[in-house]
Design a protein around this ligand. Structure first.
Ligand code: FAD
Length: 426
């Protein structure tokens, strides 16, 4: 058995939702587009899972965060897909792909063929087993990537009120989950091997601000060490975590956020891969002209830095998805994607944004004992990256515009003195 579509989006996450939205803006004929997703629900804004979804009061629940509310556009509910003649094939996993024949085979045994495929399979969390730690599938050990994970985390969190949570990993999943756990009255200890939180992005000075803030909320940090094993009880529940430095931490629950791996396996040996993802050109087109890739799974040319990068952030997924659809539907008008990397996070009452690249020398500005502060990164005499906590919409826009221009700076002391004013006056 089988079905044929002109356009198939494989994966039903953020990039899929934004791609569907763009297809409709471009008047895709009814019946020509389908989305295949192993999740049971229509595409939604994944970042909500570690923020609004985990709130104890009035938590966000679907349909409130279906795509594309994240960019203040209409909410694409299942009804919307139906009204626009888009087939949503949900709860369906694709187990193999044949890019020469242009077919996908689902675990239900159906063959779905396409003329053009958009791969938007995202990524999966790295598991502790990959680092030699076993029994991480215990009931009270949580990962966070999809709705099912988030629901499970909520259940475990609710049964751990007043108890101890160990958060493994100091990246944004760990930081956002730790904040949510505290808000839910669970005591948190964060454990990670780096010298400070958000090790891939923050400078020690920026990290120190957030760590002090977290400490003021009762969060404890155990840095420079890793988890080596769990203690568990007769019900298979984890009761403590053992660290390499010999420490044993009692645990009512564990949250693991130690990174992700892009879901490329269906295409290995069929498409060119780079940086762990599917290599695409400026149109988001892979080494096979009928296959495009967007979102966490795609490695694309970042023009402003002249190299290929794979970004694991929602804004890139949204914009690359729209870009790919424009290239597919209006090939005459298509130009190369020109994207300035942008990440953000919100925790407690804090909120930061980052643009560009965090290489070279960091110049910090603003009041690190107050609420608004930031940093510029300078490489080869130019500003290549910028960070701001507690900014206004206009200030973030100014920062983004300035970073894209990569202005030359010769007097770093003067840049430090001007601080945010530098960005708003460039
Ligand atoms: P996803 O949204 O992950 O979608 C991939 C989809 O493909 C999923 O539906 C998956 O089930 C499906 N799929 C995969 N393989 C198959 C298959 N073989 N068959 C069928 N379906 C398949 N980014 C930020 O910039 N800021 C944030 O604050 C932020 N917060 C986040 C919080 C959480 C909890 C998480 C998990 C991520 C967060 N991100 C954030 C990252 C952001 O959500 C991702 O960059 C974005 O979701 C990538 O979109 P995507 O469509 O590529 O992948």
């Amino acid at each position: 058995m089988g079905r044929a579509f002109v356009y198939v989006i494989l994966g039903g996450g953020v990039a899929a939702g934004y791609a569907a939205h763009e297809f409709v803006k471009k008047d895709v004929p009814h019946g020509e587009l389908c989305i295949i997703s192993d999740e049971p629900v229509a595409p939604y804004e994944r970042p909500a899972l570690s923020k609004g979804f985990l709130l104890p009061e009035a938590p966000a629940r679907l349909p409130s965060f279906h795509c594309c509310v994240g960019s203040n556009e209409e909410r694409l509910t299942p009804k919307w897909y139906k009204e626009h003649g888009i087939e949503l094939i949900l709860g369906t996993r694709v187990k193999s792909a044949d890019v020469k024949r242009k077919t996908l085979l689902t675990t239900a045994g159906e063959t779905i063929s396409y003329k053009t495929l958009i791969v938007a399979t995202g990524a999966r969390p790295l598991k502790l087993e990959e680092f030699g730690v076993t029994i991480s599938d215990a009931d009270n050990v949580c990962y966070l990537r999809n709705l099912a994970d988030a629901q499970r985390l909520v259940n475990v969190m609710e049964s751990s009120t007043g108890g101890n949570a160990i958060v493994i990993g100091g990246g944004y999943i760990g930081m956002e989950c730790a904040a949510s756990l505290v808000i839910n009255k669970v005591n948190v200890t964060m454990v990670f091997p780096e010298a400070h939180c958000m090790g891939r992005l923050f400078t020690p000075k920026i990290a120190s601000y957030y760590e002090e803030f977290y400490k003021s909320k009762g969060v404890k940090f155990v840095k420079g060490t890793v988890l080596t094993s769990f203690d568990s009880n007769s019900e298979g529940k984890v009761t403590a975590v053992n660290l390499r430095d010999g420490t044993k931490l009692p645990a009512d629950m564990v949250v693991v956020g130690i990174g992700i791996r892009p879901n490329t396996s269906l295409f290995e040996g069929q498409l060119t891969l780079e940086k762990g993802g599917i290599k695409v050109n400026g149109l988001m087109q892979s080494s096979n002209a009928s296959v495009y890739a967007v979102g966490d799974v795609a490695a694309f040319p970042v023009k402003v830095f002249g190299d290929i990068r794979r970004l694991e952030h929602v804004d890139a997924a949204r914009k690359a998805a729209s870009h790919a659809v424009t290239a597919i539907m209006n090939p005459d008008k298509s130009i190369d994607f020109d994207y300035l990397p942008f990440f953000y996070s919100r925790v407690f009452t804090l909120s930061w944004q980052f643009y560009g690249d965090n290489i070279g020398e960091a110049i910090h500005f603003g009041d690190y004992s107050g609420t608004t502060f930031g940093a510029y990164w300078i490489s080869k005499g130019r500003i290549v990256g910028s960070f701001l906590e507690g900014g206004t919409k206009d200030e973030y826009e100014a920062l983004s515009k300035m970073t894209r221009l990569k202005p030359e700076v010769d007097d770093l002391a003067e840049l430090e003195r001007q601080g945010l004013d530098f960005a708003t006056t460039v």
